[in-house]
Ligand binder design. Structure first.
Ligand code: SF4
Ligand code: SF4
Length: 115
């Protein structure tokens, strides 16, 4: 396998990664490959896949657990600071905006059963 290639494991029903600049569709590719500054600072996780990457069945997309359910990953966060922290993460990761990942992703085993 060429050095610049990496195998990541995501659900087969996750959306395919869009082109950079298109709207983020929650494919999860970026967070499966490497962690963002939020994960590095608060989770002390420097390599992907990020453990805060969460699949949401209802929307069939991946979400950032540090924004959705931060106290699950950050037990020291007081409940009263949760709304503020979520707003901060939303801003830090530019949630819901355009895809800023230049990774070229392709599905290798698209027919594997969902576990
Ligand atoms: S930023 Fe791009 S790679 Fe990351 S989840 Fe959104 S669409 Fe996927
Ligand atoms: S903290 Fe959220 S945005 Fe950052 S790598 Fe983890 S799941 Fe992705």
């Amino acid at each position: 396998m060429p050095e610049n290639r990496q195998i990541i494991y995501l659900r087969p029903d996750a959306p395919m990664k869009p082109e950079p600049g298109q709207r983020c569709n929650g494919c999860g590719v970026c967070c499966a490959i490497e962690t963002c500054p939020v994960a590095r600072v608060f989770l002390l996780q420097w390599r992907g896949p990020c453990r805060a990457l969460q699949w949401q069945d209802s929307s069939r997309r991946y979400l950032c657990g540090m924004m959705e359910t931060p106290t699950v990953f950050l037990s020291v966060l007081p409940a009263r600071l949760k709304p503020w922290f979520r707003r901060c993460v939303n801003r830090w990761i530019a949630s819901g905006t355009a895809c800023d990942s230049n990774v070229e992703a392709s599905a290798i085993f698209p027919d594997l059963p969902i576990r």
